[in-house]
Design a protein around this ligand. Structure first.
Ligand code: NAD
Length: 309
C-alpha cells in the first residue's frame, strides 16, 4: 500500500515515521516547503523526546508525486488544507482513502470538493509533537487517534484503523467520531485561544478571577451549535474534561501560542472558534464569545503581521 503524508511537519513526520517503521507500507512525505523537503531527503528524519529514532525517507512536493495513492493522511495546518487537497488531487482515484487529522471542524466541507464522501475518514488525535529549527521532530506525547469513515464506508475505515494500529499509533475506530472532534475543539477553543490572546500559560488563564464565567459562556455556545449540527454533548462532562486538561497542561503554552507568538504564523482560529461562529450563523444561533475571540485573534495576527504558513 502506498501512503502519502500530506503535510510533513511535526505530526505528519511522527505518524509517517511509525507507519514506515512498523508496517510494510511505503510512505512518501509531501510538503511545499523546500528546506523541509531538502532536509528530509538529505539528512533523513530524526525523532527525539518520547521516542528516539531516525530513518531515511522520501520527500517531495505534491506536484512531483505521480503514483496513485492508497491512503493520503492530511496533516497540514487548517489554512493550508485546501491548497494541499487541490495539490494532491491527481494522486486520487476511486480506490484512494483519505484521513484528515487536523485540529478543528469543517475540514470535510473542503475535502468533499475533491473526493467522494465514502473516501473521507475524519479523525482527532492527542499525540503531540513539535519541530525544532534543525528539522528534528520532538515527540511530546504518545497519544491516541479516534477515526471514522464519514461516508458510511466502514469497511475501508476499519482497514485504515488496523494499519495504523499495526504502526502502534493507538487507534480507535470511533462510530461517533464527530463527538470526539468537538470535544477536542472545545479544549482548543478555550485553552489555546485564551493562552494566545493573553500571552500566558494555560494555568495562568485558569487562575484568573474572570476565567470561570468566560469558559462557561463559551462552552454553552459550543454545545448549542454542536447540537444543531447533530452532535449531542453533555455540558458537565465537557467542563470536567476541559478543567482536567487545564490541570495537566497548566505549565504549557499551547500550539496556537507557538504558531502566533513564537513563530509569527497565522493561527487555525477560523477552524476552531471561527467555525463555531459560522455554523451558528447557519443555524441562527448567536455566538458572541466565539465571535469576539475570533476577531481578537485575527486582530492580533494583523498587528503582528503574521505569515500564512
Ligand atoms: P506543522 O506546521 O508542523 O506542519 C504542517 C506542514 O504542512 C508544514 O511542514 C507545512 O510546510 C506543510 N504544508 C502546509 N500547507 C501545505 C500545502 N498547501 N502544501 C504542502 N505542504 C503544506 O503542523 P503540525 O504541528 O504538524 O500540525 C498539523 C495539524 O495537526 C494541525 O491541524 C494541528 O492543529 C494538528 N495537531 C497538532 C498537534 C501537535 O502537537 N503538533 C497535535 C494534535 C493535532
Amino acid at each position: 500500500m502506498l501512503v502519502y503524508i500530506a503535510g510533513s511537519g511535526a505530526m505528519g513526520c511522527t505518524f509517517g515515521y511509525y507507519i514506515s517503521k512498523y508496517t510494510d507500507n511505503e510512505v512518501i512525505f509531501l510538503d511545499n516547503w523546500d528546506k523541509n523537503i531538502e532536509n528530509l531527503n538529505n539528512n533523513g528524519m530524526k525523532l527525539t523526546g518520547k521516542i528516539e529514532g531516525s530513518m531515511d525517507v522520501r520527500a517531495m512536493k505534491p506536484s512531483e508525486a505521480t503514483e496513485k495513492a492508497d491512503l493520503i493522511i492530511f496533516l497540514t495546518k487548517s489554512v493550508g488544507l485546501e491548497d494541499m487537497a487541490k495539490g494532491v488531487s491527481h494522486l486520487v482515484d476511486k480506490n484512494t482513502q483519505i484521513l484528515c487529522l487536523l485540529n478543528g471542524i469543517g475540514h470535510e466541507d473542503i475535502l468533499v470538493k475533491y473526493v467522494d464522501l465514502s473516501q473521507i475518514n475524519m479523525g482527532v488525535t492527542v499525540w503531540s509533537a513539535g519541530r525544532d529549527n534543525s528539522g528534528d521532530i520532538n515527540v511530546t506525547n504518545i497519544g491516541t487517534i479516534d477515526m471514522q469513515n464519514i461516508g458510511g464506508n466502514e469497511e475501508e475505515g476499519r482497514k485504515i484503523a488496523n494499519i495504523l494500529n499495526e504502526a502502534n499509533l493507538n487507534v480507535t475506530y470511533n462510530e461517533d467520531v464527530m463527538k470526539a472532534i468537538w470535544r477536542k475543539l472545545m479544549v482548543n477553543g478555550t485553552l489555546n485561544s485564551f493562552s494566545t490572546l493573553l500571552e500566558c500559560k494555560v494555568g495562568e488563564f485558569f487562575s484568573l478571577d474572570s476565567h470561570a464565567e468566560i469558559v462557561d459562556e463559551l462552552i454553552s455556545e459550543f454545545i448549542e451549535v454542536a447540537k444543531a449540527d447533530g452532535v449531542e454533548l453533555d455540558k458537565k462532562e465537557m467542563l470536567d474534561y476541559i478543567y482536567k486538561t487545564s490541570v495537566h497542561t497548566k505549565d504549557h503554552y499551547p500550539s496556537m501560542y507557538q504558531d502566533l507568538i513564537i513563530n509569527n504564523r497565522n493561527t487555525e482560529i477560523d477552524f476552531i472558534n471561527g467555525a463555531v461562529v459560522e455554523k451558528g450563523k447557519r443555524y441562527n444561533i448567536k455566538t458572541p464569545y466565539n465571535e469576539l475571540i475570533t476577531k481578537l485573534i485575527h486582530a492580533k495576527e494583523e498587528l503582528k503581521g503574521s505569515k500564512l504558513f
